[in-house]
Ligand binder design. Sequence first.
Ligand SMILES: CC(C)(COP(=O)(O)OP(=O)(O)OC[C@H]1O[C@@H](n2cnc3c(N)ncnc32)[C@H](O)[C@@H]1OP(=O)(O)O)[C@@H](O)C(=O)NCCC(=O)NCCS
Length: 199
Amino acid sequence: MRLALLGAGGHGKVVCRVAQRAGFEVIGFYDDFAKGLVLGLPVLGCFSEAPSFDGKLFVSLGRNAARAELFCEERSVVLIDPSAIVDSTVRLGLGTVVMAGAVINVDTVIGRNCILNTGCTVDHDCVIEDHVHLCPGTHLAGSVRVGEGAMLGTGACVIPGRTIGAQSVVGAGAAVVRDLPARIVATGVPARVVKDASV
Ligand SMILES: CC(C)(COP(=O)(O)OP(=O)(O)OC[C@H]1O[C@@H](n2cnc3c(N)ncnc32)[C@H](O)[C@@H]1OP(=O)(O)O)[C@@H](O)C(=O)NCCC(=O)NCCS
């Protein structure tokens, strides 16, 4: 299947490789800043030109807000690296990428336009809402809920049953042992709220 990626930065390059390993024919990128060739593939135009592409489109931007802005469900696909383990009971929304080595366990529901980055694990019965980014090496125990647009930094982990509010940011290496509200930044072990995410 023909696919173009919106976003030719570092994250876009990793998504490109996932798509190729998953059997998609990546035709090129759309990006407002990149030019020429990226991974040997052409930058086909700027973001506003992407709708004229005659194939599927996948938004490959790491920033949740930017990804949400460009996301078009009808044009999108799900990308799963062949090395990822996704249980047959898991539901995945369009626009979501599951990267190399990730493991998603039974009865978990993943929303649209999410990034399940390299080597992350999401255990049983979790609910991940739309536009979430689980950075490389994050670990969610069972029955964790992550609200829309939240980001869990590299190596963060969450104990069973906790909720992370929408648009919140969990710092790299944090251990979430209590529920976290929406729109905050939390860091540390155990994770504590350090500021409002909008500041
Ligand atoms: C938590 C985070 C969002 C804060 O970013 P920020 O607001 O720009 O914070 P700053 O870098 O200005 O640091 C502010 C303070 O927090 C501390 N801090 C930053 N990140 C921290 C973390 N993950 N854990 C503990 N303390 C942290 C800094 O040491 C600094 O402390 P100081 O004031 O005593 O010097 C960011 O550091 C982070 O962890 N992001 C995760 C990024 C990531 O994993 N990306 C992967 C992309 S694939």
